[in-house]
Each structure stands twice: as structure tokens, then as C-alpha cells.
Design a protein around this ligand. Structure first.
Ligand code: CA
Length: 440
């Protein structure tokens, strides 16, 4: 686990004033990475969020604002994706974070130099287009919330909601990387093959059961050679950071196609990620115990078990999901909160997921992304999909305009926000992941 160091000190402030507000997602303790389109050159450029501004990392490096032991890491940021930085590994990530912290703080010589270059190294976040931060080669989606697995399982198999393997093995499927897009892009309603329970034959058309899935995504760092698994003790060094992930799903397509090989077109039409990647080092103050397995649950097999994983493999990340229909937005209505859930509800830690993924020798590459699976909690206000909230449409959600939703409608905007709070730590945010559903 990354240790707390001077970059986490809650007393630190930035010379970028907007980073110091109590509600800022991006204070100087956070320093998440993203890729933006440079407003002058039009080039994809690596940036770091600070308050409501973006630090242009290549420009800051060019002007000597960051450097020293962070030279290699800063050079890895000169292209238009984070992949070269991800490939370098933890020592370099940490050196760059330390240099960025010193450059953006209000109490350092480096900060004074940086402030003198502010006009050249800062870009306002508002109006700046963000891109997918990472070239994602492979995407694997897990199923790690036992509450979600139980809720969904009980709709399909009321007597036997959890499959017998669930408490022994982190369940996942290989997702589709090419259709992962960044927050702000639309979600096109997919067309697909479905079969109503009372129909004799399937039909083909737009999904009538479009859903979101509230997840956290995590990006793989250096990766591992084929045939060389990553042990649980090493897994920490292989994850760069977290983002918000909305893994859209077409439930009617899913129900007809999923047997016997699992999800396919019901999931591969679009997934959204938030633009900022919050590093594991920034999340150090918000680490917590892994999910406490109730008495009677089996202990994980040895390769998925360690006292350290149990003690600090979890993350206290809160995630809020809200919806605003087109009619609501036109009427000036604020979005309605559908749920607030927490990463602590995951039965498996992200380290167990990564270790399990490589346990057969499968190689991971820098920039691969994994999703946790829909994060539902134990209570009705912490459900991570509308399938669970409406009980597959039986109890529709009422919107302030008088509209109701069994599943999602064209024009609906889904907004996911995530943040971390802990005693003795500065609150940090993962930002937001939003998208409007576009009809066909
Ligand atoms: Ca999913």
C-alpha cells in the first residue's frame, strides 16, 4: 500500500485558488491525470487537474517547473496518452506526483516558479475538451459486488440467486475496449435481438431495457509477461489508478444472448469512463479493510488471500448516480439522485481481481482496464443499476416532471460522481462521468 507522505498533508494549499475550496474535487492532494485537447495546438496533451484548471504537463516540463527525479516520468507524458507513463511503474509515478505537488503548492520555491509561468502552463477546465486518457488495449469486467450478484441472480433464479462458484472465484468476462468512450460523449441506444418470454421467435430492434451500471474502473500499470502471473503481494504495483465507469447494458438483449457464453452485444455497444485517473497513491488515505466475509463464508484460496489484502485491500470511495430526463433539463429541474453506493461493498478487492486475471499466465499490458462490476450495497438506496431499483421494471422510478422510468429513455442524462472522505485527510473527488442517451 502506498504510504502517506508529504503530498497527502491535509494542510497543503495550492497557489491555484480554486483548488482550495472545501468542495473542490481536485485539491493539491489529488493530482489526477487526464488527456485534453490543447486549445491552441489542437494536440492531445497530458494534463493534471488542479481546482478548475488543468496543468499542461509537457509545458511545465519544458519550462523546468517539474523535473529532477521526475524527468523520466515527465518525458513519458509528452505523447497524447498516459500509456507510456503507466508502463514506467510505481517509483516513477511517485516521483512525478512529488514534483507536481511541489510545483502546485503555495509554500515551495517550485510553486513560486510555477506561478510565474501560470499563463503558459495552466488551461481552464471549462470549455476544454477531454479525451480518453488511455489507449485501452483490453477491457475485462468483473462481477464483484455480492449484493448486485444476489439481486440479479434472484430475478433469474429465485431459489438459488448466487452461483456456487461466487464466493470462491472473482467472476468476470472479457469486455470490448473499442467502444469505451469518455464522459460527455453520447450513448447511442443499441439495436439488438431480443425474445419476449411470451414470444415464439426473437425480434430485432432498439432495446427496450437500456440500463446503466455503476462501476469503478482501474488501469493496469507495467503489466506482466505471458506465463508469469502477478501474485497478490505484487498486485499493488500493477494498478495505476481508478476512474468512474458506466458500463451500459441492454437487459433484454442480455437475457436472450447470455447463455451459455455470457454477455456479448448487450454490453459491447458503449461504456463511459470519467476523464481523470486518480492514482492509487492519491487514494492512500482512503484505503480500508477488504469486505468482511460473514461467518460461514469460505476463505479465499491461498493465491487470493493475504493478511495485507484483508487489512487494507479496500477503498472507501462513494459513488452517486443521478438522472435528468430531457424534459427535466428543459424545465430547469435539478437531476434526481438514484443511489449512493460505495466501493467497500465489493466482495473481492481490485488486487484479488488483477491477481486472479493473471493466475493462468494471462499477460496484462499497460493501459488495460478492468471494471469492478456493478457496485450495489445492502440497502435500497445503494443499488447500482436501474434493473435493481425498479425490480426489472415492476416499481418504476418517478421523476419530478411526472415521467416514470422502468428503464432508461432517449434523452435521459446519467451522471455519476465519486469522491473520498476520511478523518484527517483532505477530501478528493474522481470527478464525474456523464452521458445523454441518443435515440436511433
Ligand atoms: Ca458491468
Amino acid at each position: 500500500m502506498p504510504h502517506l507522505n508529504e503530498t497527502h498533508d491535509p494542510a497543503l494549499t495550492s497557489w491555484v485558488d480554486s483548488a482550495n475550496g472545501p468542495d473542490a474535487d481536485f485539491p493539491v492532494q489529488n493530482l489526477p491525470f487526464g488527456v485534453f485537447i490543447h486549445p491552441d495546438s489542437g494536440a492531445p496533451t497530458v494534463g493534471v487537474a488542479i481546482g478548475d484548471m488543468i496543468l499542461n504537463v509537457p509545458e511545465a516540463f519544458d519550462r523546468g517547473v517539474i523535473g529532477g527525479s521526475a524527468d523520466d516520468a515527465a518525458r513519458a507524458c509528452l505523447g497524447g496518452t498516459l500509456n507510456p507513463l503507466l508502463a514506467l511503474g510505481g517509483r516513477h509515478w511517485s516521483a512525478l506526483r512529488a514534483a507536481l505537488s511541489r510545483a502546485l503548492r503555495s509554500d515551495t520555491d517550485a510553486g513560486e516558479v510555477a506561478q510565474g509561468n501560470a499563463d503558459d502552463i495552466l488551461v481552464p477546465m471549462a470549455g476544454t475538451k477531454m479525451l480518453l486518457p488511455v489507449l485501452i488495449g483490453d477491457y475485462t469486467d468483473f462481477y464483484a459486488s455480492i449484493f448486485h450478484a444476489t439481486n440479479v441472480g434472484s430475478m433469474l433464479r429465485p431459489d438459488n440467486p448466487l452461483m456456487p462458484n461466487y464466493k470462491h472465484i472473482p467472476i468476470a468476462y472479457h469486455g470490448r475496449a473499442s467502444s469505451i468512450v469518455v464522459s460527455g460523449e453520447p450513448c447511442p441506444r443499441p439495436v439488438g435481438q431480443t425474445k419476449a418470454p411470451d414470444a415464439d421467435v426473437p425480434s430485432f430492434g432498439p432495446t427496450n431495457a437500456l440500463d446503466y451500471e455503476t462501476e469503478i474502473g482501474f488501469y493496469v500499470g507495467p503489466g506482466n509477461p505471458l506465463g508469469q502471473p502477478v501474485s497478490l503481494g505484487e498486485a499493488e504495483d500493477h494498478i495505476f489508478g481508478l476512474c468512474i465507469l458506466n458500463d451500459w447494458s441492454a437487459r433484454d438483449v442480455q437475457a436472450w444472448e447470455y447463455q451459455p457464453l455470457g454477455p456479448f452485444l448487450a454490453k459491447s455497444f458503449c461504456s463511459h469512463v470519467s476523464p481523470w485517473v486518480v492514482t492509487l497513491e492519491a487514494l492512500a488515505p482512503f484505503r480500508c479493510a477488504a469486505y468482511g466475509r460473514p461467518d460461514g463464508d469460505p476463505a479465499p484460496l491461498a493465491y487470493l488471500s493475504s493478511p495485507q489484502n484483508e487489512a487494507e485491500g479496500g477503498f472507501d470511495v462513494q459513488i452517486e448516480v443521478s438522472i435528468a430526463s430531457k424534459q427535466m433539463r428543459d424545465a430547469g429541474e435539478a437531476p434526481v439522485t438514484l443511489a449512493v453506493t460505495n466501493m467497500q461493498h465489493l466482495y473481492w478487492t481490485i488486487f484479488q481481481m488483477l491477481t486472479h486475471h493473471t493466475s493462468n499466465g494471462c499477460n496484462l499490458r499497460p493501459g488495460d482496464m478492468m471494471g469492478t462490476g456493478t457496485i450495489s450495497g445492502p440497502t435500497a438506496d445503494a443499488l447500482g443499476s436501474i434493473l435493481e431499483i425498479t425490480k426489472r421494471g415492476a416499481n418504476p422510478v418517478q421523476l419530478p416532471t411526472g415521467e416514470e422510468r422502468k428503464f432508461l429513455a432517449d434523452g435521459d442524462e446519467l451522471i455519476m460522481r465519486a469522491w473520498c472522505e476520511a478523518d484527517g485527510a483532505k477530501t478528493i473527488g474522481l470527478g464525474e462521468c456523464r452521458a445523454v442517451i441518443e435515440g436511433v
